[in-house]
Design a protein around this ligand. Structure first.
Ligand code: CTP
Ligand code: MG
Length: 335
């Protein structure tokens, strides 16, 4: 059933390239904003190393993976040698230090699922969350950034997809839709699967970067400067890719049996992952394998109601790309 409606691309799709690129350009943070983020990072790093000389502060999330739109919050990770039981103590001490340095709205959320300190910098107006020892997030941030440096179309596609998801209200994990991280993985996977491929599979190549974190070996090819021509056999411009992305998730993806996997650059079966039935709260209604925590399905937040919402949104987007006179407006209309 799901395959029968796959569409042929509209013939005048190319006229949408310029407007999509204009949207992309309008979402990119300015150099000035980047400089302000760096300024805040340096301030926090100085304060932190004064208190904990051995600790390291890392950027992760959208400010580090190059998929951050303008006005994004900064996600930071403090890597420090501390037992899990003592994280709260560190967070409370950190909150004290930041408060005394005139940062605003400083809050230690020690009971959250991921305990953090939140703050706002009155000088730059930038908000920031600091967590402790979430090193895998720092590594997956590097993986995403390395992919972004291979072919410019990934960043274009991911910005447009994220912008669509936020506009349509389907970027809310607490409401059962997907995280930005999941959407970027969907874009990477999609470009790996395109024929000719736009992106390679870095984790299947000879590794030039390797670290072991929480007993997980994270290894991949990271000399991406050498891959700048990788996608050159594929000449599809952005509008065609946006069209094909939504068409795939609306009509091409086999939700009942398939798992998308950036790690292998392929589609795996739910059967081989043993993701065929609900276990606890993991329903596996849309399956997106984390590239390093491979038992982790990023679609696990999706429930039987939100899967419907999500699929209807993919179908809406695909129909608009196919038939609408002005997709670049209609796609992003608030829900
Ligand atoms: N992350 C993760 N596993 C998840 C969700 C997130 O490891 N299930 C990590 C990733 O490193 C991701 C970061 O947390 O880059 C932030 O996640 P998210 O807020 O989804 O992405 P951002 O890129 O920060 O997106 P936004 O621009 O919406 O803030
Ligand atoms: Mg973020």
């Amino acid at each position: 059933r799901i395959f029968k409606r796959q569409m042929q691309c509209r013939f005048d799709i190319d006229r949408l390239n310029a407007p999509f690129l204009a949207i992309y350009d309008s979402l990119i943070p300015t150099e000035e904003e980047k400089a302000k983020q760096n300024q805040l990072f340096t301030l926090l790093e100085t304060l932190i190393t004064k208190e904990w000389p051995e600790a390291q502060l890392y950027v992760y999330g959208s400010c580090g993976n190059s998929f951050g739109v303008s006005k994004s919050d900064i996600d930071l990770c403090l890597a420090i040698d501390v037992a899990d039981d003592n994280k709260s103590e560190i967070l409370l001490r950190l909150a004290d230090i930041l408060q005394s340095d005139n940062l605003q709205n400083v809050q230690a959320l020690t009971r959250a699922r991921v305990p953090i300190v939140k703050l706002m910098d009155p000088v730059t107006g930038i908000s920031c969350d600091i967590c402790i020892n979430n090193v895998l997030a720092v590594i997956n941030t590097k993986l995403l950034r390395d992919y972004a440096n291979i072919d410019a179309r990934l960043r274009q596609l991911a910005f447009i997809v994220k912008h669509w998801a936020k506009s349509r209200g389907v970027n809310e994990t607490y409401q059962g839709t997907l995280s930005s991280y999941a959407y970027v993985l969907m874009c990477i996977h999609f470009l790996q699967q395109r024929r000719p491929a736009v992106l390679p599979c870095l984790q299947e190549m000879q590794s030039t970067y390797s670290v072991t974190v929480e007993n997980i070996e994270c290894a991949f090819f990271d000399q991406v400067d050498k891959l700048r021509d990788f996608g050159s056999n594929n000449r599809e411009p952005i509008a065609k890719l946006v069209w094909a992305f939504f068409n795939y998730w609306a009509y091409g993806h086999d939700y009942a049996n398939s798992v998308i996997s950036v790690r292998t650059g392929s589609i795996l079966s739910k059967r081989e992952k043993d993701w065929t039935r609900r276990i606890g709260n993991d329903r596996h209604l849309i399956c997106i394998e984390d590239p390093f925590e491979i038992s982790h399905d990023l679609g696990r937040v999706v429930d039987k109601y939100s899967i419907k919402v999500l699929r209807e949104e993919f179908e809406r987007a695909a129909e608009i790309m196919q038939y609408d006179a002005n997709p670049c407006v209609k796609l992003f209309e608030p829900y």
